[in-house]
Design a protein around this ligand. Structure first.
Ligand code: GDP
Length: 314
């Protein structure tokens, strides 16, 4: 995984020093823990997460776990693997919460540029591929061309898109047409889309919402208004794995703002330090459900904490 390649190298180096040891002393373990701590911090994993993670690994490594089958180095790797799985949100057994009575409503939230619109296409394609009948909904009426972008994404993925008509904007007394901008009430768009889904038997509705460059209260209120109007089964918080330490702050703000139900990590194919995204599940207590790994609508996977931990430690 490109976003974690440097972390993978650093962790593998940290374990290398243990390989020649027959039995590990406290000094050996502390040396390794120090290297793990540095590797995680350099990868941008949040300090609070690094602290509790390394404390748990240290405690377990010093503990009485004795295995006939594994040598000391393998035991430490196994502990790190299990604790990393835990940080990534072990214990989630669902990719999505489907409604008992369709449509299942999925709302996407996150900063502008996080990858929401792209994700809408990916999710739509994935759902369609597994026998569902999804509908994408353009409720981002803030950003010029956002509606058109979703329409393009939907067309590529072969998933229908519900969008308001291109509108005119009132500018003082005169109405002016703003190219690429669709005006209207995103809450009404979301509500109308559910009525349409019921009528046309779409079983999943994926609502793309507006994002700003930074967290702001107006954006949060709009997201809450949409949420309260349609009562989604899932609110997915999409986070760009490349945004570094801001990931934790942003995730906390969205968690307080809209109380999301799951996280989607996007741009895991990027080559920056993706560690901050690894902190999000632990900091918010919300599961990571999907990972986005490219710009194409098939660059997408269900997130499995244990598999991701193994890939990072590969
Ligand atoms: P939105 O503002 O949250 O709707 O974000 P977009 O879906 O428009 O994505 C912003 C930019 O990131 C676009 O250029 C996308 O092509 C790109 N993008 C989205 N997801 C990924 C991903 O997983 N990997 C890469 N490399 N680029 C992505």
């Amino acid at each position: 995984m490109a976003a974690f390649s440097s972390l993978t190298d650093r962790l593998s180096n940290a374990f290398k020093h243990l390989k020649s040891k027959g039995k590990l002393s406290e000094t050996d373990i502390d040396g390794t823990i120090r290297e793990i701590r540095r590797a995680l911090l350099d990868a941008d994993v949040a300090l609070e997460v690094v602290r509790s993670f390394t404390a748990r690994v240290r405690e377990r490594a010093l503990g009485t776990e004795v295995s006939q089958a594994l040598n000391p180095a393998q035991q430490v790797v196994k502990i790190v693997d299990e604790e990393l799985t835990d940080v990534l949100g072990a214990g989630v057994d669902r990719p999505l919460n489907f409604a008992k009575n369709p449509p299942t409503i999925i709302m996407l939230a996150g900063l502008q540029g996080a990858g929401k619109t792209t994700l809408a296409g990916k999710l739509g394609y994935w759902l369609k591929d597994s026998g569902h009948t999804p509908l994408l909904v353009a409720a981002d009426l803030q950003r010029p061309n956002a509606v058109t972008q979703l329409q393009v994404v939907g067309e590529r993925a072969g998933v229908p898109v519900y969008a308001p008509e291109k509108g005119v904007q009132s500018d003082g007394g005169d109405d002016v047409t703003v190219p690429g901008l669709t005006t209207g009430d995103p809450v009404k768009v979301a509500r109308d889309s559910i009525a349409l889904a019921k009528q046309k038997l779409y079983d999943t509705v994926i609502i793309d919402t507006a994002g700003r460059l930074g967290v702001d209260e107006e954006l949060m209120q709009q997201a809450r208004d949409i949420r309260d109007a349609v009562q989604p089964n899932e609110i997915l918080f999409v986070i760009d794995a490349m945004i570094g330490q801001d990931a934790v702050k942003t995730a906390k703000a969205f968690d307080e703002g809209v109380d999301f139900t799951g996280v989607v990590l996007s741009k895991l194919d990027g080559d920056a330090r993706g560690g901050a995204a690894l902190s999000v599940a632990s900091v918010t207590g919300k599961p990571i459900l999907f990972a986005s790994t490219g710009e194409g609508f098939k660059d997408f996977e269900v997130f499995h904490p244990d598999r991701m931990a193994s890939r990072i430690l590969d």
